[in-house]
Write a protein that binds this ligand. Structure first.
Ligand SMILES: Nc1ncnc2c1ncn2[C@@H]1O[C@H](COP(=O)(O)OP(=O)(O)OP(=O)(O)O)[C@@H](O)[C@H]1O
Ligand SMILES: [Mg+2]
Length: 314
């Protein structure tokens, strides 16, 4: 990234959802000579073709029904700066041709317009598909692919860079500590083992959400397994090393607490928050059941309203 930031080369950033493609694009822009000019991202997959066309290239007044005023397109607005074409693989064949022409000629023509406008932009594209394969298959134009893909940055999924997990988790914790009126000093070793054992289908974004949630839940000043979503603990457990350095009771707690929390929440949810019925089904007396609920900060009213649904769905 350091080498590429300084240049005007087109870059394609490949990676699964949540791996940090947009963050990388922003970072390239901020470290480039274009940093004082705009950085404009656009999601090519989010708009129907004709809307995307006028978003990108702009249109003249009266160019089509509903074009009441002139619109300056994104490529023109980004003059001097960087454009991020997100989900580039979804671009229609028609827009692929148009974009290629703009990039080759360094000129843009608004929809319905005659005038050509010189543009000076750097193009970064992002994709969660393998663009080279799409080009080989023929769903993405090869000539456009070569034009966009001078440099490729591939972001590995988080599960393939387990060593990044503690760094990222601690970074998010630090940010939360600064942002919110609460101090959570650290993530316990057991919790960190679970984080590192999980496969993170939503990648860094999912990790960020998990830390955010644990930060809100914990009241011990430390993130422990019981602050993590149950599905994560369950899956992480397969690889969670049993810590024989700890006394039996402590080591067992690491497994038991998430189980108890999930059991209670799920049962209460099934019984629509009715504590007596839940206790009966669990084979516990009501007061023991309530003691457990208190231990995990579970309130029957919240369960009834579905606030604990993340545990249940998983
Ligand atoms: N290395 C990192 N350091 C700090 N935060 C990161 C890092 N990588 C990703 N993030 C954070 O993770 C979240 C997701 O990143 P981003 O939006 O860039 O992912 P993306 O690959 O563009 O995802 P999508 O494919 O879903 O659009 C953001 O909040 C981002 O700030
Ligand atoms: Mg993105």
């Amino acid at each position: 990234m350091e080498k590429v930031a300084d240049t005007d080369s087109s870059v394609v950033i490949e990676g699964e959802t949540g791996t940090g493609k947009e963050l990388i694009a922003k970072c390239l822009h901020r470290n480039s000579p274009r940093r004082s000019q705009p950085f404009l991202p656009i999601n090519c997959g989010a708009l129907p073709e004709h809307l995307l066309e006028s978003e990108l290239f702009g249109h003249e007044r009266g160019a089509f029904t509903g074009a009441y005023t002139k619109k300056i397109g994104l490529l023109e607005c980004a003059q001097g700066g960087t454009v991020l074409l997100d989900e580039i693989s979804t671009l229609s064949p028609n827009l692929q041709v148009k974009l290629l022409r703009v990039l080759q000629e360094r000129q843009v023509r608004r929809v319905g317009g005659q005038e050509t406008i010189d543009i000076d932009i750097r193009v970064i594209s992002a994709t969660n598909e393998n663009l080279e394969e799409s080009a080989t298959r023929g769903t993405f134009r090869k000539d456009l692919y070569y034009r966009l893909n001078v440099i490729t940055i591939s972001l590995p999924p988080l599960r393939e860079r387990v060593e990044d997990t503690p760094l990222l988790a601690e970074h998010f914790l630090e940010v939360l500590n600064k942002e919110r009126q609460k101090s959570v000093e650290r993530i316990s070793k057991e919790a960190m083992d679970i984080l590192q054992g999980y496969d993170w289908p939503g990648n860094v974004r999912e990790l960020q959400n998990v830390i955010d949630r644990a930060f809100s839940l914990t009241d011990s000043g430390m993130i422990t397994p019981s602050d993590l979503p149950a599905h994560l603990v369950r899956r992480g457990m397969a690889v969670l090393p049993i810590d024989t350095q700890r006394p039996f009771k402590q080591a067992k707690k690491v497994y038991i607490e998430p189980f108890e929390r999930e059991y209670l929440t799920k049962l209460l949810m099934e019984c629509r928050g009715n504590v007596s019925r839940s206790a009966k089904r669990a084979g516990l007396d009501r007061s023991s059941f309530q003691r457990l609920m208190k231990k995990y900060g579970i309130q029957s009213s919240n369960v009834r309203l579905g606030f604990c649904s993340t545990e249940i769905r998983s």
